[in-house]
Ligand binder design. Structure first.
Ligand SMILES: *Cc1c(COP(=O)(O)O)cnc(C)c1O
Ligand code: SF4
Length: 445
C-alpha cells in the first residue's frame, strides 16, 4: 500500500474533502496554520466515516476544527488570510499564538534530562525511577497527527523544543550507572515511523550490551491504527517483525504501548492483522488513550474500547486526562466527569479489562489518578493518588482536594480540609529550585 500524506498545503486534493463546505475548508486552513495537521490515505479510507462529517470522531481526531483555536486566535489568522497577507506574516502570527498555548506542559524540557559524566543526555527523560524515556531523533513525527497531541510543538517546527538524540551509547552508559532502571521506553512522535534499519540501530546495541538490569523494552506507537501496513507489507515490515522477535529471544520483554482513541479504530481488518502479527512475536500489546471531549467522552464507548482490545489480545493500561496544552479548551473533560466516565465504563466490563488505570494526569509531580468524589465530615472532596511520582515515596498515598466540578487539571485543584498545600508541594518546590536554574520555562502546576 502506498503511503500518501496530506497537510494544510494539499488537503484540498483529498477526494472526500468535497463533502465539506467552503467555510469548513477555510477553517481547516486557518487552524492548520497554528496547530499541526497531517493525515494519510489509510485514515481517510478506513477510519473516517465521511457520511458523518463534521461530527465524526475520527475526523475530529485528525482534521483541525475551528473551535480548536480560541476565537481571538482564530480571528487573527483568518483576518490575515482573508486580506491576502503573505506567508511570512501569517507564519509570524501563528508562532506568536503557539507561544500562548503552553507549548511545553509538565516542564518536560527543563526538569528531567539525565546527566552522564558531564554530558546532558539530550533526547531522554528520566522522571520515574524504573523507566527512562528515549526519543530517537528519526522518530519525532507520526503517520498522521492527532489534533489533541501534547507533542504538537515539535511537529510545527518549534525546534528548540524537540527532543532528539543519536546517543544510544551514552544511554547505555547511563543505564550501567543506574541499575534501578529496568525499562527503556522508545517514544516520539512515533518511533515506528523509523525504518526498521534505524530502529535496529538503536535496539541492537541495547541488546548487545546485555545489561542485567534492563529487562523490558517498550515501544509507544500509534501505527496500528494510523498505518497498520507498517507491520504487514511495507518494504521493511518483515525486518521489523524479526527485530521484535530478537528482543524476546534476548530474554527482554517487549511491550508495545499502542494508542487508540475510539473503538472504531479496532474494526478495519488490516489493523486486526497487524495486532495479531505483533502478538505472534511474543510482544505484549498494552493500550492507552486520553479521554477527549468531542471524541470519546462516553462510558459505553470506553467499555467497548476495552472489550475489543481484550478480544484482540491487548491489555488495557491507561486512561489519561487531556494535557494542559494546545487545544486543551476544546478537548478538556472536567476531572470529576472524567472519573464518572471511567467508573461507569469500568463497571460494565469484566476483570480482564480492569487492568486499566485512570483517569490519570501526567502532571509535573507525577501521574495522578482521580480516585473519586466523596464526603469527609461534611466536606465534599476529590480523592487522588499518585500512580507514579518524582519521589517514589509519594506513590499510592491517598490525598484530597476540594470538590470542584469544573477543574480540568491539577493546577486548578486546592487542598481539602483547610490545608494550604498538598503533601508533596514543598518537596516539589525544592526540586525546582535545584533543577530549574538554567530554564526559562515556567510551568509550575
Ligand atoms: C508515563 C511515564 C512513564 C511510564 O510510566 P509507567 O507507569 O511505568 O507506564 C515514564 N516516564 C514518564 C515521563 C512518563 O510520563
Ligand atoms: S500519534 Fe501520538 S505523538 Fe503522534 S500526533 Fe498522535 S498523540 Fe501525538
Amino acid at each position: 500500500m502506498d503511503y500518501q500524506a496530506y497537510s494544510v498545503h494539499n488537503f484540498r486534493n483529498i477526494p472526500q474533502i468535497k463533502k465539506l463546505s467552503a467555510e469548513q475548508r477555510f477553517d481547516i486552513e486557518v487552524v492548520g496554520q497554528v496547530l499541526p495537521f497531517k493525515v494519510n490515505n489509510f485514515v481517510i479510507e478506513h477510519l473516517i466515516n465521511w457520511d458523518n462529517i463534521p461530527d465524526d470522531p475520527l475526523f475530529v481526531l485528525t482534521f483541525p476544527q475551528r473551535e480548536m483555536l480560541l476565537p481571538h486566535h482564530y480571528e487573527a489568522i483568518a483576518t490575515l488570510m482573508k486580506a491576502g497577507a503573505d506567508a511570512k506574516a501569517i507564519k509570524a502570527e501563528a508562532e506568536r499564538i503557539r507561544l500562548e498555548l503552553n507549548p511545553h506542559p509538565a516542564g518536560q524540557l527543563a526538569h528531567n534530562v539525565p546527566i552522564v559524566g558531564d554530558q546532558r543526555l539530550e533526547g531522554t527523560q528520566h522522571k520515574y525511577r524504573e523507566t527512562i524515556l528515549f526519543f530517537p531523533s528519526q522518530g519525532q513525527t507520526c503517520h498522521a497527527y492527532c489534533t489533541f497531541c501534547f507533542r504538537w510543538p515539535q511537529f510545527v517546527g518549534m525546534s528548540e523544543l524537540k527532543f532528539a538524540t543519536h546517543e544510544i551509547e551514552l544511554l547505555i552508559d547511563y543505564l550501567r550507572e543506574h541499575p534501578e532502571i529496568n525499562d527503556v521506553l522508545f517514544t516520539g512522535g512515533d518511533p515506528l515511523i523509523m525504518s526498521s534499519r534505524h530502529l535496529a540501530a538503536y535496539i541492537e546495541p541495547l541488546l548487545a550490551a546485555r545489561l542485567p538490569s534492563l529487562r523490558r523494552i517498550r515501544i509507544g506507537t500509534r501505527a496500528f491504527s494510523y498505518w497498520p501496513y507498517r507491520f504487514l507489507n511495507d518494504d521493511d515490515s518483515d525486518e521489523l517483525i524479526r527485530l521484535f522477535k530478537r528482543i524476546n529471544d534476548a530474554g527482554i520483554h517487549l511491550a508495545v504501548m499502542a494508542h487508540f482513541n475510539h473503538p472504531r479504530e479496532l474494526d478495519p481488518q488490516p489493523i486486526r492483522n497487524a495486532l495479531q502479527r505483533v502478538r505472534e512475536t511474543g510482544a505484549i500489546i498494552r493500550t492507552q488513550s486520553p479521554l477527549l471531549h468531542h471524541i470519546n467522552d462516553d462510558p459505553a464507548l470506553w467499555a467497548a474500547l476495552w472489550n475489543k482490545q481484550v478480544d484482540l489480545g491487548c491489555v488495557p493500561y491507561y486512561m489519561f486526562v487531556a494535557r494542559d496544552t494546545g487545544a486543551q479548551h476544546y478537548f478538556a473533560v472536567p476531572l470529576v466527569r472524567a472519573w464518572q466516565i471511567f467508573r461507569e465504563a469500568y463497571q460494565q466490563v469484566s476483570g480482564l479489562c480492569r487492568t486499566v488505570r485512570g483517569p490519570s494526569m501526567s502532571a509535573n509531580p507525577g501521574k495522578i489518578q482521580i480516585l473519586g468524589v466523596t464526603e469527609v465530615r461534611g466536606e465534599r472532596v476529590i480523592e487522588l493518588r499518585f500512580i507514579q511520582g518524582r519521589n517514589p515515596d509519594w506513590v499510592h498515598r491517598p490525598f484530597f482536594a476540594q470538590y470542584d466540578e469544573h477543574a480540568t487539571w491539577l493546577n486548578e485543584l486546592r487542598p481539602a480540609f483547610g490545608e494550604k498545600r498538598f503533601f508533596f508541594e514543598e518537596e516539589l518546590e525544592a526540586f525546582y529550585r535545584e533543577n530549574i536554574s538554567t530554564s526559562t520555562i515556567e510551568n509550575f502546576e
